[in-house]
Design a protein around this ligand. Structure first.
Ligand SMILES: C[S@@+](CC[C@H](N)C(=O)[O-])C[C@H]1O[C@@H](n2cnc3c(N)ncnc32)[C@H](O)[C@@H]1O
Length: 209
């Protein structure tokens, strides 16, 4: 397993009782994580400075409980990349910090290719990988079926000052878009796919290849 240990603005402060205590720049959040099966807190004092806690409800959903007033969004940096963080439903913040190892790997591959690289980022969410690939010099086609997520990805691209790079944003179902690209015979050097366990697209069919 590769460990994302190059963060300065993000840190896991402690874990206990199915919950993770995380620092996102200056803001401390508690989020559920079923992998944390032990009960004892290692640093009980650190849990006293929490800004918001995401609590699951017995009916299956959940929500944020705010201990202090939080900005609607705030920025965190990973090396030269800047991301906008917002506490959202389903315990999301708009970023998966553990993905930083993959961003480093992609940046390295693209820079070392020493030729133009075309990336297709499917299920691209708020654009973590998109921002990393643009930064490394690739052109990126960013596909997600959620308009809100694509808008958020644009914000991250702008915050990372990459808006003048070669990027195409597509709000569409991945299956439909990929089938169109196959028909158009559009080719890519790299395809990134991080699908969720439950899709949102209209199409449930496989690729018509
Ligand atoms: C788990 S997130 C991907 C995380 C992302 N790769 C990252 O590291 O930041 C899944 C994304 O897939 C999108 N999505 C789900 N079903 C889709 C579909 N059928 N077509 C396109 N996007 C879809 C969701 O809107 C969501 O943004």
């Amino acid at each position: 397993m590769n460990i994302a240990n190059n963060w300065k603005d993000y840190e896991i402060l402690d874990m206990a009782n199915g919950e993770k205590l995380e620092r996102w720049k200056d803001i401390i959040l508690v989020r559920p994580d079923p992998q944390i099966i032990w009960k004892e807190k290692t640093y009980p004092k650190k849990w006293e400075k929490v800004n918001a806690v995401y609590k699951r409800s017995s009916s299956g959903g959940g929500g944020w409980s705010y201990k202090t007033k939080l900005p609607e969004s705030w920025q965190i940096k990973y090396k030269e990349l800047t991301f906008n963080i917002k506490p959202m439903g389903f315990k999301h913040t708009g970023l998966f910090p553990e993905q930083a190892v993959n961003w480093d790997w992609m940046i390295n591959k693209i820079k070392n290719a020493k030729r133009p690289i075309k990336v297709l980022n499917l299920f691209a969410y708020t654009g973590g990988a998109t921002v990393a690939c643009l930064y490394a010099g690739a052109s990126v086609c960013h596909v997600d079926s959620s308009k809100g997520m694509v808008t958020w990805a644009k914000e991250n691209v702008i915050s990372s000052k990459l808006q003048d790079k070669s990027i195409r944003y597509i709000v569409d179902d991945v299956i439909k878009f990929v089938n169109r690209e196959i028909r158009r015979e559009n080719k890519y050097d790299a395809i990134i796919m991080d699908p969720p366990s439950y899709g949102r697209g209209a199409s449930r069919r496989g690729l018509a290849i």
